[in-house]
Design a protein. Structure first.
Length: 758
């Protein structure tokens, strides 16, 4: 097809750069056009044509043809210096989500490189999640994994988000605020982490516009009102600087004044609690020279011309920011007697400040697509490696989102290892934060710290320039007290995960020992790996044998119950005569619980239990069964009729068979959608912190579960026990809720309470 505008009431104009691309593709006889240039142009044009066909008839919320969006994204990527595969991915980034085209088809048409970029950017709209939070968290997990393969994925995503933010006014207010908040918390910090300043400033100003519209308009008017006077003052200062630099024989590429972006001014007003008229450095002068030496010589000229303000000089050339930003910053008293910020950098530094990681391929072409790829071993992207490390540690969606938001913002403190390596940390970070930033095992075995060759307590806040040495001991272990003073998300999560893993391993070992003592050593290892043991774990409502052993270890299930369930599993698969040899059990036989079979009764909508029609019955308070669990009835000796227990309830094991009544749940009754609930008591052991109960209750609320009562007990070791009485509809709801609560990193143990039946 030819690059023509669609026939629509809103015309789409093909940009000049795309028309030039078409001309390059057609220039087969032009000797000035290389084969590689034609191949690149061909890939870009084919991607546009394919996207144009697929999106034809689709429109944006503004009423414009949808193709305007991918063309704008591709244009932004081209301005950043992206290669042909990256620009093609800009055209195609929505086709997998919005059309019937698969990623495999993209790979066949445009190559594996384009396919992987598009897959990394594609949102998970075709998957089902239990909540918007879970969907958002899974999107970010997938995006960060794709970034680890190729950093260009996030650059494409940032271009996509920037154009969406530019056209956000056409969406409903609630949607606008939701997208703007996500942009401020995730994508603007990501642009900053990658050093793409031109994206970061615009994203922040656009989020400011939609999240604080009144403040945005006010500052916009104030900046416009003072613009003429400010520009006149800056022009006078620039002329003086040019003259002095010429006299000092310092060559410069550019000297210019620039206003600070609106959100930056607003942040400074909020941080310093000042009015706009009290914020003097709302503009800055940028001096761009050719060499590092000229940067420092220019700084000397500036400090000779104007009086520097003490404590306001920063050398980001000698100590670059984590996103590779380099520049000299100084604040001086300008011509008007007000503070003036001056930034001095080389042309290469300026390109990195504007384009960040994109400067790698825009200004330093190395001739191959592999030059733009990265792995998490690259020291410039330690922050990304940390986010990837959390993928498995943080299963809870809300907690994962909170942690990536915390960690995406730049560190404010720069400290050194004894070898001279620079480590960036958040303001207020301590030696424990430093230890975990070095390595998880260094943090787990941290026993002390030296700061500037002096012993320091582990809660000492670190300052810029500190030299930190961590002292480790093999038998040292994390303390829960550390959670009171660490500030980095990585340190917090490593401490919590250590306690969860440590307790689990101890409980598994204890459960193994108890079971081995009961069953004997002969054949015990083979028994643990058998299908009968896995069946036993599942019948006791555990996913794995290790989960069962841990439950036995910390008393969630009795040893007697576990052995009985194991005997039943073996009996179902082997002759009774081989039972003793298989188990190598002691000579004392343990009673087997009869497995009740459901009677072939017709379901009745009048009772939730089949098998007790016309009889007095009650749900046993000891094991509190819920629909979906195997149950059995017990004829009581009191006037309470039949007691309904879970199969496997310890209180039923000693009941003779003639008092057992086969019963089952009435699925017909459940299908009628009656809001009937059943009481369940649970106990949660947690690491004590502010808000942990709120997090647990929010999981219950998400699953529409009522909490009848709650009791919290705290202990000196900074753990807490939370007892909750909740109302459950069925076993599926209970298991789903348990799974979500267990994903919280502060939860050490969760069990269902049982008691002796009266």
């Amino acid at each position: 097809m030819h690059l023509t505008a669609p026939t629509s009431s809103t015309q789409f104009v093909v940009p000049d750069w795309l028309q030039e691309c078409l001309h390059t593709r057609r220039g087969t006889s032009d000797p000035a056009v290389s084969e590689s240039a034609r191949a690149d142009a061909d890939l870009i044009c084919r991607a546009f044509e394919f996207a144009y066909q697929l999106h034809e008839g689709q429109h944006r919320a503004s009423g414009e043809p949808y193709i305007i969006h991918p063309v704008a994204v591709a244009g932004l990527l081209r301005d950043l210096g992206g290669g042909s595969a990256m620009i093609a991915a800009g055209f195609l980034h929505d086709v997998v989500e919005d059309t019937n085209v698969t990623a495999e088809e993209l790979g066949d048409r445009f190559g594996e490189e384009v396919k992987l970029l598009v897959e990394g950017v594609t949102k998970l709209s075709k998957f089902n999640f239990s909540s918007k939070t879970e969907r958002q968290a899974e999107n970010f997990r997938r995006m960060f994994l794709a970034m680890a393969q190729d950093i260009r994925v996030i650059v494409v995503k940032l271009a996509d988000r920037l154009h969406n933010m530019r056209t956000l006014e056409y969406l409903p207010d609630v949607k606008r605020r939701q997208i703007a908040l996500e942009t401020r918390e995730i994508f603007a910090p990501l642009a900053n982490r990658l050093g793409i300043g031109r994206f970061k400033w615009e994203l922040e100003d656009l989020t400011f516009k939609y999240l604080e519209p009144d403040s945005y308009r006010q500052i916009q008017e104030l900046v416009a009102e003072k613009r003429i006077d400010r520009e006149a003052g800056l022009a006078q200062t620039v002329d003086r600087l040019k003259l002095r630099l010429d006299q000092a024989t310092i060559s410069y590429a550019d000297i210019s004044g620039r206003p600070k972006h609106l959100y930056g001014i607003y942040q400074k007003m909020q941080r310093q609690q000042k009015d706009y008229n009290e914020i003097y450095d709302v503009a800055a002068i940028r001096i761009i020279v050719n060499t590092n030496d000229e940067c420092y010589r220019a700084l000397a000229v500036v400090h000779d011309m104007f009086r520097p303000i003490p404590g306001r000089f920063k050398d980001y050339i000698g100590l670059p920011k984590p996103n590779r930003y380099q520049s000299l910053h100084t604040v001086v008293i300008g011509n008007t007697g007000r503070p003036l910020e001056v930034q001095i950098r080389t042309l290469a530094m300026h390109h990195i400040a504007e384009y960040g990681i994109a400067a790698h391929w825009k200004y330093k072409e190395t001739g191959g697509s592999s030059s733009v790829q990265m792995t998490t071993t690259d020291e410039k992207f330690t922050w990304l490696r940390q986010l990837l490390d959390w993928q498995n540690d943080l299963k809870d969606a809300q907690e994962y989102l909170e942690n990536i938001k915390d960690d995406l913002f730049d560190g404010d403190v720069y400290v050194f290892t004894p070898q001279g390596d620079v480590i960036s940390l958040s303001r207020g970070a301590t030696p424990v934060d430093f230890a975990y930033r070095i390595h998880t095992e260094v943090g787990n075995h941290c026993a002390g710290a030296r700061v500037n060759e002096r012993m320091a307590t582990l809660d000492t806040p670190l300052k810029n320039g500190d030299i930190v040495e961590i002292l480790t001991q093999k038998n040292s272990r994390p303390s829960l007290d550390w959670l009171n003073f660490v500030v980095t998300p990585g340190a917090r999560n490593r401490i919590r995960q250590w306690y969860k893993r440590s307790n689990r391993e101890e409980n598994i070992a204890r459960g193994r020992e108890m079971l081995e003592r009961e069953l004997g050593k002969n054949g015990f290892e083979a028994l643990l790996k058998s299908s009968q043991m896995q069946t036993t774990a599942e019948r006791c409502n555990y996913h794995s044998v290790d989960d069962l052993l841990a439950a036995v270890g910390y008393g969630e299930i009795t040893l007697n119950t576990a052995v009985n369930r194991l005997r039943e599993a073996i009996k179902a698969q082997q002759p009774l005569a081989k039972l003793a040899d298989s188990l190598s059990a002691s000579s004392q036989e343990l009673p087997l619980l009869p497995i009740a079979k459901v009677l072939p009764l017709q379901p009745s909508a009048k009772s939730p239990i089949i098998g007790v029609e016309g009889l007095l019955y009650h749900i046993a308070g000891c094991c509190t069964p819920v629909p979906g669990e195997a149950i059995i009835g017990v004829v009581t000796r009191s006037s309470r009729g039949i007691s309904i227990h879970r199969q496997g309830c310890p209180n039923v094991e000693s009941i003779p068979g003639d008092r057992l009544v086969p019963v089952s749940w009435n699925t017909a009754d459940q299908d009628q959608g009656r809001p009937q609930t059943y009481p369940v008591d649970i106990q949660i052991q947690v690491i004590d912190r502010v808000g942990v109960l709120k997090d647990i209750l929010s999981r219950l609320t998400d699953n529409n579960i009522n909490v009848r009562n709650a009791q919290v007990k705290t202990f000196p070791a900074q753990t807490a026990i939370i007892d909750l009485g909740i109302d459950i509809r069925n076993h599926e709801q209970l298991e789903r809720t348990f799974s979500q609560i267990r994903k919280l990193s502060d939860v050490l143990n969760l069990r269902r309470l049982s008691q002796v039946e009266d």
